[in-house]
Design a protein around this ligand. Structure first.
Ligand code: B12
Ligand code: SF4
Ligand code: SF4
Length: 380
């Protein structure tokens, strides 16, 4: 067996669902597009900021030869029923179970340990070097995976595998070992435009790129006020968005439960919304701290929970929302709560107009004041 074959065999034991080998040649074909996207303001700000380091692996790793790309498939349907007790939010599927960064890093470390032990048994000099990356590294994970033959990049910008669709997490190892590389998979969308048409905010440009500022996944992860146009479109999804994946023909019927760590707990990934408004930091950590979707902290999720309550028409939340609008120390939360009152208070418009007036007199923050005024206009 070659070392490559041994690595492939070991990857299966380690619970890696797909593996491929790509050359570490520069990704020059992406340079102009990345520059253009940045100039147009179509990036999210979550991308690695130095384009050169994204294109040229040799800028961050000495003598890179191969990039080993891995994919782990994640579940798309919860096994348990979602209780119909009170209004609940939802985390997008990429935030189900334990944070995927931890799960993939674990697999990558184990794979590196295996390759190192093979090197020792072959009595090679220990000059082999490895750098694992998941999501937050310099490399563009989908482009590496595409080059390594794991799948193709669809019009939704995501890596689509034949076996698991796009519901896979990606990670990679850069190394100075030279391996035989795999063949890239050709573009497979054909004439299909389903994701482009289904995107509620028209974020997808149609060629695999997007205006990330318009993507609901991005909008649910910001810390300021969410622009009005996205609030309704978010529905009850308080983190991320799965629409352009759910409509994709390659994803139909795909639901893999290979990794116990990725199994969703219903009360965590479909959380009751009202209790989210008064979570202490400790409670937040306990309930959501292990999710990928908690990386931006408590505030965006609470803001989104308020928006979701309004979107679901939960009038029983009005007293709680008023309390938050009056007492919360964070203007974004107060402003969003005022907006929700404007949406939910229509049946007793007089009462809620009075309450909003009270808020207006107390409020100092400009943005929150604007929200209060708009809520009052709506009710008036
Ligand atoms: C920043 C980021 C975001 C941003 C911006 C997304 C984006 N598309 O750029 C936001 C917050 C919006 C986001 C959302 C999501 N993300 Co994200 N994100 C990233 C991150 C950190 C960087 C992406 C990036 O560099 N984008 C900028 C450039 C690369 O994009 P671009 O200009 O559009 O360039 C591409 C196209 O031109 C295309 N392309 C080039 N040539 C060609 C040719 C053809 C024919 C076509 C069709 C395309 C094409 O390839 C280029 C490179 O990708 C990556 C991890 C990483 N380090 O790579 C994860 C990553 C892409 N995200 C991931 C996930 C899961 C998501 C969400 C599904 C989460 C969710 N449920 O909400 C959504 C999906 C939104 C979507 N449709 O893309 C996964 C995707 C896994 C997969 N199967 O592809 C990644 C790889 C993380 C991981 N390691 O698993 N994300
Ligand atoms: S994740 Fe949602 S908002 Fe973002 S591109 Fe896909 S469908 Fe559009
Ligand atoms: S929905 Fe259609 S166009 Fe979009 S990624 Fe899937 S196959 Fe490609």
């Amino acid at each position: 067996m070659t070392l490559k074959e041994k690595i492939i065999a070991e990857s299966q034991h380690l619970g890696i669902d797909k593996i491929g080998f790509a050359s570490a040649e520069p990704f020059t074909e992406l340079e102009a597009s990345l520059q253009e996207q940045k100039e147009r303001g179509y990036t999210s700000g979550f991308e690695h900021p130095v384009i050169e380091e994204r294109i040229y692996p040799e800028r961050t790793f000495e003598n890179p030869k191969t990039i080993i790309s891995i994919a782990l498939a994640y579940p798309t349907k919860a096994k348990e029923e979602i209780p119909r007790d009170e209004k609940r939010g939802m985390f997008a599927r990429a935030s189900w179970g334990i944070d995927y960064h931890d799960v993939l890093r674990d697999r990558l470390q184990k794979l590196i340990a295996f390759i190192q032990s093979e090197a020792e048994s072959l009595q090679q000099e220990a000059q082999w070097r490895f750098a694992p990356q998941v999501d937050t590294g310099e490399l563009i994970d989908v482009s590496v995976a595409q080059r390594a033959g794991l799948g193709f990049i669809g019009r939704n910008g995501l890596l689509i595998t034949e076996e698991f669709g796009s519901f896979v997490y990606l990670g990679e190892i850069i190394t100075n070992i030279e391996f035989a590389v795999d063949q890239p998979v050709p573009f497979g969308c054909g004439e299909c435009m389903r994701c482009v048409k289904a995107c509620p905010t028209k974020a997808l440009l149609g060629d695999g790129r997007m205006n990330a500022q318009r993507c609901l996944s991005y909008q649910t992860q910001t810390k300021g006020m969410m622009p009005e146009e996205y609030r309704k479109k978010m529905r009850n999804v308080i983190y991320g968005c799965d629409i352009c994946q759910l409509v994709c023909p390659y994803n139909q019927g795909k639901d893999f439960h290979f990794h116990p760590e990725m199994e969703p707990e219903i009360d965590t990934v479909y959380p009751k919304l009202k209790p989210m408004l008064s979570l202490s930091n400790k409670e937040f950590k306990q309930q959501f701290g292990h999710l990928a979707g908690s990386w931006r902290g408590k505030k965006p999720l609470q803001r989104n929970a308020i928006i979701a309550l309004a979107n679901l028409g939960d009038r029983s939340a009005l007293p709680e929302l008023f309390k938050v609008a009056k007492e919360d120390v964070r203007p974004v939360i107060r402003g969003t709560a005022a907006w929700a009152i404007g949406r939910l208070g229509k049946k007793e418009a007089d009462v809620w107009l009075e309450n909003l007036k009270e808020l207006q007199q107390m409020e100092q923050d400009e943005e929150a004041l604007k929200e209060i005024q708009q809520a009052m206009d709506r009710l008036a």
